[in-house]
Design a protein around this ligand. Structure first.
Ligand SMILES: Nc1ncnc2[nH]cnc12
Ligand SMILES: [Zn+2]
Length: 330
């Protein structure tokens, strides 16, 4: 039995496995510029975040109907559950779909068909987090939040993703202010490729409650001290960092140093179909390569539930935390 964890940094579009991409392409009459799944997998060699994003957005062309989003989410939930994920806070990128003529309703209703029955079907509780694309305009983010208004009962929070460098958090001050007023929780990618200053800005200007990635905080000891003091969680994604060359090798990952510093770190998969592993694979990799002890792994699992947005169901959080403490490592 795998260690029970919450996954807090997961882009649902990044769970599109090549096999499902080809199935959806055939179903929707979309031509893919790859001969087969092997040829597509060959394209999964990334130089940096942008080279990944180019493929990530291009492959979304196969996602067209509610059923497509439902199938995508069900495939993720089944795989995640098999690796110990008990709770998933799932990002989605509506602007990438709206730009292709796929409406907010199709995306949210489709995802909800899977998420709404996930506890029964997969044993995984879920929350949905709407991400704004930071390389789009602030006005586009505001229009996207407006388009999501009818679905806010299904959306727990907002996030910020896509190409980081050159798109500092402050650009999205207004939309984060509006989202806060609507009672939405706030997170943002920061310090993945961007500098530590973006992390500070996300906290001070956007009022985020967690930092997605955030690994470049390791370059600024005062920032690390602040994150520890304020108990700001980091949603780290080790295999993603290796594939996108944010770290040279997994052995160079700052996770052990950040844990030693007292940071509330969590381990997540980001875009598992593209980066070679789901949440449990990421935990196995850091255990094997970074030599994390069983108690460190338990700490990561505990952190994931503490950092989750389960304030609306503290009883469930307590149950998950009890599962973590009772877990016996093989
Ligand atoms: N790792 C990542 N960083 C920024 N934007 C993303 N969108 C999907 N995955 C992402
Ligand atoms: Zn991400």
């Amino acid at each position: 039995m795998p260690l029970p964890i919450a996954e807090l940094h997961l882009h649902i579009e990044g769970t599109l496995e090549p096999e499902l991409a080809f199935e959806l392409a055939a179903r929707n009459g979309v031509a893919l510029p790859y001969a087969d799944t092997d040829a597509l997998r060959e394209a999964y060699r990334f130089a940096d975040l942008q080279s990944f994003l180019d493929l990530y957005y291009a492959l979304m062309a196969v996602l067209r109907t509610e059923r497509d989003f439902e199938d995508l989410a069900n495939a993720y939930l089944a795989r995640a559950a098999a690796q110990g994920v008990r709770h998933a806070e799932i990002f989605f990128d509506p602007q990438a779909h709206l730009a292709r003529g796929v409406g907010m309703e199709t995306v949210v209703e489709g995802l909800w068909r899977a998420l709404g029955s996930s506890v029964q079907n997969h044993g995984v509780s879920t929350r949905l987090i709407l991400c704004f694309l930071r390389d789009e305009s602030a006005e586009s983010a505001l229009a996207t939040l407006d388009a999501a208004t009818p679905y806010l009962d299904r959306i727990t929070g907002i996030g910020l993703d896509s190409a980081e460098v050159g798109h500092p958090p402050a650009k999205f001050r207004e939309v984060y202010g509006k989202a806060a007023a609507l009672g939405l929780r706030r997170v943002a990618h920061a310090g993945e490729e961007g500098p530590p200053e973006y992390i500070t800005e996300a906290l001070d200007v956007l009022g985020v409650e967690r930092i997605d990635h955030g690994l470049r905080c390791a370059e600024d000891p005062e920032l690390v001290e602040r994150l520890v003091r304020e108990r700001i969680p980091l949603t780290l994604c080790p295999l993603s960092n290796v594939r996108l060359r944010t770290v040279d090798t997994l052995a160079d990952h700052p996770l052990p140093a950040l844990l030693d510093a007292g940071l509330l770190c969590t381990v997540n998969s980001d875009d598992p179909a593209y980066f070679g592993g789901y949440a449990g694979d990421n935990l196995d990799a850091v255990r094997d390569t970074l030599g994390l002890s069983d108690e460190r792994l338990r700490e990561l699992a505990r952190n994931s539930f503490l950092a989750s947005f389960l304030e609306d169901d503290e009883e469930l959080r307590a149950r998950y935390l009890a599962e973590v403490e009772a877990y016996v490592f093989p």
